[in-house]
Design a protein around this ligand. Sequence first.
Ligand code: ADP
Ligand code: MG
Length: 453
Amino acid sequence: MRLERLWESTLRYLLRKKSDPILRSFLQEARLEQRENRFILQVPTQLIRDTLKNRYPGVIEEALTQVLKDAGGGEEIAGDKREVVLELEIHREPSGMIDQPGLFPAPKGDSRLYPTLNPSFTFETFVVGKNNHMTHAAALAVSQNPGCVYNPLFIYGGVGLGKTHLLHSIGHYILENAPALLIQYTPSEEFTHAFITSLQEGKMKEFRRTFRSCDVLLMDDVQFLARKVETQEALFHIFNVLHDSNRQIVLTSDRSPRELSDIEGRLVSRFTSGLITDIQPPDYETRLAILKRKADSLSAPLTDEVAEFLSEQDVANIRELESILHRVVSFSTLELLPLNLDTAREALKGFFEKKEKPCTFEKILQFVAEDFGLSKEDLLSKKRTQEIVLARQIITYIARILAHLSLSDIGRRLGGKDHTTVLHAFSRISALMKEDPALERRILSLMNEIKSQ
Ligand code: ADP
Ligand code: MG
């Protein structure tokens, strides 16, 4: 039995025997490894490790032993030993994505999670462009009529494109214009953390009260709820209470609801029961406008020439656009150089070299066409031979992973395929790669080539 499967079975066995939400939450994030005859369970934090050790001694070993025995694979995987030896280790992965640290617990005597909103993330500082105007309009409408228009509002889009900025803008607007309303702003990871802490400390009542009593729930990055089954369930009930009493819910996610495959269907279906709207990467004009606005806020004298030069750079998102502006402005300040084109070029030297070369759709198309011995025209045509269909699906997969193109973008470039077809292609290749090692190798080596050229 493979380790992954072994761990899945153990988890199932364990949770069937012991329906304990804390155990379930804690083990959701764990990973099983094997070193010689020992099993190592990697858990994300010391708290989890200690709790597992002290509160559930021997429980996991026992389950593992049982599953191995049932599978008759004990010898194969654990050597000669009949007794399973299990150690707990902490694996530290940068979570990296929490925008707002330390929102929970709330200050004493106040049941709200203090909306520590970034003061510069307001509607005033948000530049509206073709890429985001729908979402901006929806966010503004919700701020002006919380609970009355789009509920929930679900905003999705790639990283660094302004989701958090808009979410905070809604918070600021309501705080200012309807101060009586109670706002809860929480990145979903904070919500998960608050949930687990409350469970452990026997404070579920407070937890529920905190969230059920708010008038506006702003939850950032719901994709991080993936596989957090208990947390999802808690949110499901909170969601229903809030929604049924017309309180506003706004959610953001780095992917579309369809792609939230590790979140329970019933929760996703709640997420999508209002308005779903996306933010796309900004076009040239919007990048230019954002740069000018940011330069103003830094009181940096940005000429049109430099602004245009910076807007033309191949940045992945607005966060990166801001970072090249900062780089250029601080370079000119520190080196006492005028903020002109030469200075900008000099400041950015090396910045893009370190980055991987841009991976465009065109390049992917060309590489896949060559690999399959097909012409680009064939791939973009309506032809549907098995080979062409497979090549197109591989293009979809690579374009999504390497070029971070949206499903609709890929569909358009592949000659007008709809969103569902593209999503199907992506899932099919992901599944095929798991089943067929030769195909997996072929695709990975293609991707490596594309990245390095
Ligand atoms: P996300 O949450 O989508 O990853 P953020 O909201 O954190 O992205 O935005 C990243 C950075 O880009 C922030 O500094 C934000 O102020 C800025 N930004 C994004 N969109 C805009 C916009 N339309 N106008 C001005 N600044 C923006
Ligand atoms: Mg964000």
